[in-house]
Design a protein around this ligand. Structure first.
Ligand code: DC
Length: 234
C-alpha cells in the first residue's frame, strides 16, 4: 500500500501511570500522526458491563459488548475512573474479547490516510501483537511508587474521588496485565525501553522525540542512498 510504505507507525506500550499516553499525544501532535489510546476500548467494554451489571467472567456477553464498541464515541468521563480501569484489566484476559478489540484497532490503522503522516497506538500489546511491524516501538515504564504518585495527582486535578490504595491497585493491575496468558504486558524485543521514574514528562517526551528524529534521519539517508544507487544503475 503506497501510503503505508511512507507512513510513520509507532507502537507504545507500558504499565499505567508510566507516561505512555502523554508521550503518545506529544509524538502524535509533533509528527502529525493519528493517535489511538487502545486502553479506552477495553475501558469501554468494562464500563458497559458495569452499567449493565454483567459478570466480569461472562465471556460470551463481554464479546458481544466488544463488538458494539464505537471508536468515535470514547469520551465518557466515566471511562477514566479507577473502577473502570480495574474492570478493564479483568476483562482483558479473555482471548475472544482481545481478538475483537485488536481487529477494531487494526481497522483504525487501515483507515488512516493523508493528511496524517502515519499513526501511533498506545496500550499493552501494541508492539508485540497489534502492530508487530511498527517502525518504532517504545516501552515506557517507571517504578510503581512514582506511578502511584502521578495517578494521585492526576485524579486530584480531575476532582475524582481518591481511594486509599492507589499503589496497591496499580500493583494488582500490573500483575494481572503482565501475568495473563494472552498478549501479556511485556516489551517487544526491538522496543526502546524508557524508564521515566526520574524524569518529568517533558524530559520523557524529549527522549522519545530524539529517538524518532534519529529514526527519520536514518530512514531519509537510506532512501537517498538507494535512490542514488538506482540512478547509477539506470
Ligand atoms: O491503558 P489503560 O490504563 O487505559 O488500560 C486499561 C486496561 O486495559 C489495562 O489495565 C489492560 C487493558 N489493556 C490491554 O489489555 N491491552 C491494551 N492494548 C490496552 C489496554
Amino acid at each position: 500500500m503506497f501510503f503505508l510504505e511512507f507512513a510513520l507507525i509507532i507502537a507504545i506500550d507500558g504499565p499505567s501511570g508510566a507516561g505512555k499516553g502523554t508521550i503518545a499525544t506529544y509524538l502524535a501532535n509533533f509528527y502529525n500522526l493519528k493517535h489511538l489510546d487502545t486502553g479506552l476500548l477495553y475501558r469501554a467494554v468494562a464500563l458497559k458491563i458495569i452499567q449493565d451489571n454483567v459478570a466480569s467472567d461472562d465471556e460470551m456477553t463481554l464479546s458481544r459488548v466488544a463488538l458494539t464498541i464505537d471508536l468515535q464515541n470514547l469520551k465518557d468521563p466515566a471511562l477514566r475512573h479507577e473502577s473502570t480501569a480495574s474492570m478493564a484489566s479483568k476483562i482483558a484476559v479473555f482471548p475472544n474479547v482481545r481478538d475483537i478489540l485488536t481487529n477494531q484497532m487494526r481497522l483504525f490503522c487501515q483507515k488512516v490516510l493523508p493528511p496524517y503522516d502515519g499513526f501511533i497506538l498506545d496500550g499493552r500489546d501494541i508492539g508485540t501483537v497489534v502492530c508487530p511491524d511498527a517502525h518504532l516501538k517504545f516501552f515506557i515504564t517507571a517504578d510503581s511508587e512514582t506511578r502511584a504518585k502521578r495517578r494521585h495527582n492526576e485524579m486530584q486535578q480531575r476532582n475524582q474521588q481518591i481511594g486509599e490504595s492507589i499503589l496497591e491497585k496499580i500493583r494488582e493491575r500490573d500483575e494481572r496485565d503482565s501475568g495473563r496468558g494472552v498478549a501479556p504486558l511485556t516489551p517487544a524485543q526491538d522496543a526502546y525501553v524508557i524508564d521515566t521514574s526520574s524524569m518529568n514528562i517533558q524530559e520523557a517526551c524529549e527522549v522519545a522525540g530524539q529517538i524518532v528524529n534519529r529514526y527519520l534521519k536514518d530512514r531519509k539517508s537510506q532512501s537517498e542512498a538507494e535512490n542514488s544507487k538506482a540512478q547509477v544503475l539506470s
